[in-house]
Design a protein around this ligand. Sequence first.
Ligand SMILES: [Zn+2]
Length: 486
Amino acid sequence: MAGLSMQTMAQAPSMTVVARDGRRPLAVTSINNQDYVSVDDINAAFGTTAREDRLAGGLTITARGRSIVLTENQNVVSVAGRLTTLPAPPLRRDGRWYVPADFLPRALSSALDVRLDWRRSARLLIVGDLRVPRVVARVDAGTTNVAVTFELTPFTDTRVNPQPGRLIVQFDADALDLSIPLLPSQTFVTGIAPGDTANTIAMTLGPRTASHRVTTTQADAGTGRITIDLLPATTDTAPAPAPAPPSAAPDTRLVIPTLGPSTGLRTVVIDPGHGGEELGAQGASGTLEKEVTLSVARRLRTLIESRLGLKVFLTREDDRAMSLDDRSAFANNHHADVFLSIHANTAVRPALKGAEVYYLTVERADAEARRRADENATTLPALGGGSRAIDLILWETAQARHLEQSATLAGMIEQALRPRVEMSPRAIQQAPFRVLVGANMPAALVEIGYLSNAEQETQLASASYQDHVAQALLEALMKFREFIEH
Ligand SMILES: [Zn+2]
């Protein structure tokens, strides 16, 4: 057939066979962009034997007295008399037989009567009941520290062993199904790689790391995470307070930090709304909410770091999509003492303008709202007229425990914004914003203006307006810090 002459064959990254007695590579060949393994290599690795019937175009593989019968170019194989389908057919090339990698879990596994788990993305074939958790690493770089998080599925006990210049993360497992991202440019950690043994990861520390802090979180459904915060020397975390910029209200100078270890407010997570393909609100002149929110978040981070010496993390550092739950989960993982979500508003009525501050409402949504919440994309009547999209969910407990402090925080934000920017007639509101629900700390959401209002769109896009908002939020955080620490 013409199609067969088009087939391409190339060497592919090998797989690692992980068994109780050790690890060994198994060669993989890419044929038509599918992973194939040669039957000769399978025989060598698993002690099976094969006998070819050239006349019938078939091959019989014998494993523990059971027979697997393959036919060239046929997706169906017989395993001890039972038929099994493969995603691609066995092929014969240059006198050798090849089977798709899925032959291992789908056919060879039942013939050998042993579990074979093919993890394609990690290129691991796990033999038998080994504990091989999936470990996905993430590196969040702030300007004054770095957090390395390992998401574990399933959760396993973990120990972090310091060595000179390194941290060895040891998992209670037989091997790891490991995914490591490219490291962002920073000087806290210079390498994350598989360790000397199959159940360890070695982190090579950079010159800026002076100490570390380990936090383990076991989530539901058997998953969990370990977060390793890499911290600089103390003098590094607390830059000398900069003089108050002229726009600051006079009283802000009274709460410029004492630089010792603080006890209540240490870490702030700022959440720039939207990102990536999710643009958020869009002004008539093309101003995008996702860009305004990121810009304000960055300005606010700079202010907090230089004026308060607190740790600040942004839920996103760049233009990327992120789920609402991941945003509050990020704040929880980073042990934020305050979570601030920043948005810009939109309304059908172009006259609507002004900033609004929200904290979570815990009134039970009515049945209709709940039904629409289940459909996930929900439009509620706007409180000031028009309509707006809002995310609703059934109420969880995390944010509910902090509502009193969240209300205080929202009030302080409203007071700090009012002298600097125009406020909406309903400047402070409670609303069921999903991004706040899971946040396990005082949390507020600020709609810093209406992009649907032409005048406000121009303001929102300007550096001066963004700076005013950031300055107001800084002042609110200073007041809030004083409130919770005294
Ligand atoms: Zn928004």
